[in-house]
Ligand binder design. Structure first.
Ligand SMILES: NC(=O)c1ccc[n+]([C@@H]2O[C@H](COP(=O)([O-])OP(=O)(O)OC[C@H]3O[C@@H](n4cnc5c(N)ncnc54)[C@H](O)[C@@H]3O)[C@@H](O)[C@H]2O)c1
Ligand SMILES: O=c1ccn([C@@H]2O[C@H](COP(=O)(O)OP(=O)(O)O[C@H]3O[C@H](CO)[C@H](O)[C@H](O)[C@H]3O)[C@@H](O)[C@H]2O)c(=O)[nH]1
Length: 323
């Protein structure tokens, strides 16, 4: 039976496709290429379509025997989501509704979902646990929380079980360097930092150095994209084994400040990456660090590449190969 991966041509999706193929799984990818890249994905079957086209999506389920769905397809830029709530609700929430309906109609019973630390909003506790309050501070996080809630009710009504994976900051690239993070525009810290030694930008702007952190810059929990990929595989196995729906954080449990990321990138690239302090970016919490104990205990997940150095080294290898 095949695994359907929506958004499989995107950053995290393409790494997960590779991981499932390494586990000898047949993979079917659906992606409308709005931010993904056709060349990033060598799936057994590729459908360039929008998940909101229910008829076309239904045909994909008819063409293959789908065991599970891994759902990455979404719009995911925090800033853009604040300017375009209609587009974000339409793509993310309506997109999920279409997917669940087609799964229901085709009797497909399990779903692994890309959620985000953004569902928590401003955290009350560090490290953040799955039982902590969810109160998103942006439209993007709100749509992801709405999607989590939809899955709950579809589970109750039709027995579609799900695992929702709340990732913290995805970063790094496949060790081979053939796929990596290629967003346009890029908004994520590590690829932006690495654009400086690649001469694609002159300097990095650090958004605020007056946060209540050790050096005043924001602290994040960076998680290697291949560790996210392995978590999706374990989650899919967990569901196929008949376990119940659940929610898991995915992070390393270590926080690094923006200045620490820049310092590590200077070491790895040998480039004196100039960085200038600017005003805070609206909506940025000071510190986001995950407790992933639950994923370790229940899914048996443990990150293979937990160090910031390894994450940046792999990202750097990819950026050096990219045109
Ligand atoms: N990158 C991160 O740090 C991060 C953190 C937490 C959660 N996430 C979530 O992980 C998922 C993947 O993120 P990413 O960074 O790889 O993003 P991405 O933009 O690289 O990948 C998303 C993919 O989905 C496709 N897509 C979007 N809407 C679609 C639609 N309606 N129909 C078909 N395909 C569609 C895009 O073309 C793209 O290939 C997203 O759901 C995102 O919200 C990402
Ligand atoms: O040019 C830049 C870009 C980012 N930053 C800072 O670097 C940190 C990380 O920023 P990113 O944009 O790389 O990541 P975010 O923490 O804002 O958000 C990411 O992780 C979140 C969960 O932690 C959500 O999942 C979200 O979708 C995903 O983009 C933030 O403090 C940000 O202010 C800078 O200083 N300069």
């Amino acid at each position: 039976m095949a695994i359907l991966i929506t958004g499989g041509a995107g950053y995290i999706g393409s790494h997960t496709v590779t991981y499932f193929q390494q586990q000898e799984k047949e993979v079917v990818v659906v992606d409308n290429l709005q931010t993904g890249h056709r060349k990033s994905v060598e799936a057994d079957h590729f459908y360039p379509l929008d998940i909101r086209d229910q008829e076309a999506l239904d045909q994909v389920f008819k063409n293959h025997k789908i065991q599970s769905v891994i759902h990455f397809a979404a719009s995911s830029l925090v800033g853009e989501s604040m300017e375009k709530p209609y587009e974000y609700y339409h793509n993310n929430v309506y997109g999920m509704l279409c997917l669940l309906e087609v799964m229901k109609n085709n009797g497909v019973k399990n779903l692994v979902f890309s959620s985000t630390a953004a569902v928590y909003g401003e955290p009350e506790n560090i490290p953040i646990q799955e039982t902590d309050k969810t109160d998103p501070t942006n439209t993007y996080g709100e749509t992801k929380l709405a999607m989590e809630k939809m899955m709950k009710w579809f589970d109750q009504a039709y027995g579609i079980t799900y695992v929702s994976l709340r990732y913290f900051n995805a970063a790094g690239a496949h060790e081979k360097g053939h796929i990596g993070e290629a967003h346009d525009p890029e908004t994520h810290l590590i690829p932006l930092v690495l654009q400086v030694p690649r001469k694609k930008r002159q300097q990095l702007f650090i958004f605020g150095d007056d946060y209540p952190t050790m050096d005043g810059t924001c602290v994040r929990d960076y998680i290697h994209v291949m560790d996210l990929a392995s978590a999706h595989y374990l989650a899919q196995q967990y569901l196929v084994a008949g376990n119940r729906s659940d929610v898991f954080n995915l992070g390393n449990g270590n926080g690094y400040s923006v200045k620490e990321v820049v310092a590590a990138a200077r070491n790895i690239t040998g480039h004196n990456i100039p960085a200038e302090i600017k005003e805070r970016r609206p909506g940025d919490p000071a510190t986001l660090i995950a407790s992933s104990e639950k994923a370790t205990k229940i899914l048996g997940w443990s990150p293979r590449y937990p160090t910031l150095e390894k994450i940046i080294e792999d990202a750097w290898r990819w950026h050096c190969r990219e045109e």
